[in-house]
Write a protein that binds this ligand. Sequence first.
Ligand code: NI
Ligand code: MN
Length: 227
Amino acid sequence: MDIRWLGHSAFTLTDGSTTVLVDPFLTGNPKAPVSAEEVEADVILLTHGHGDHYGDVVDVAQRTGATVLAVAEIAGELEGLGVENTIGPNIGGTVAFDWGWVKMVPAWHTSTTPNGTVTVPGGLLIHIGDKLVYHLGDTALFSDLQLIGRRGNRVDVALVPIGGFFTMDRFDAVTAVELVQPFQVIPCHYDTFPPIETDAQAFKADVEHAGFAEVIVLEPGATHTVR
Ligand code: NI
Ligand code: MN
């Protein structure tokens, strides 16, 4: 299973046949290695409604025909904007696909779409290619993170925001990794814009010296293969 970082919180996950695109903020993302016109997707997942996550969801969904999974209120908005296939669970809900499943879990943040729909944010547990990936979305550190990885399989890879200001910073993120207990971590939501510049290598050193997980610092556009 391959995880490709598209900069900021955007990733594609693929098992070789299905491509899952998460938080497709490409237009206006200075780190994006692909454009909204060329990115591939069979399914698009949104953690929440902020513009730096919602991004190009409408354009990419309409071009590719991808199904979009987002919290109920955002799915409803997208339907109204002409996105043909939407799935709108709520926090705690699991959606089964023929390639795996997606579960929406809590995140501590806010969530208003660029069109003004107000709703709650989430994180996403994504089971694909027999691997479990946890995209934390935008969140502060909170103690219930320990519950998310406790039920069912251990998280193989956690995608963790470390940039601070809008989310937890790299220090709180170390404790988040301790709570989630994943095997591997890919940091995200940093160095896109000045307010969220941080030292990803220092985060990696802190997590690994504590023995919490292996940290893979990717360059935007790079791919990590989970074995
Ligand atoms: Ni946000
Ligand atoms: Mn964000």
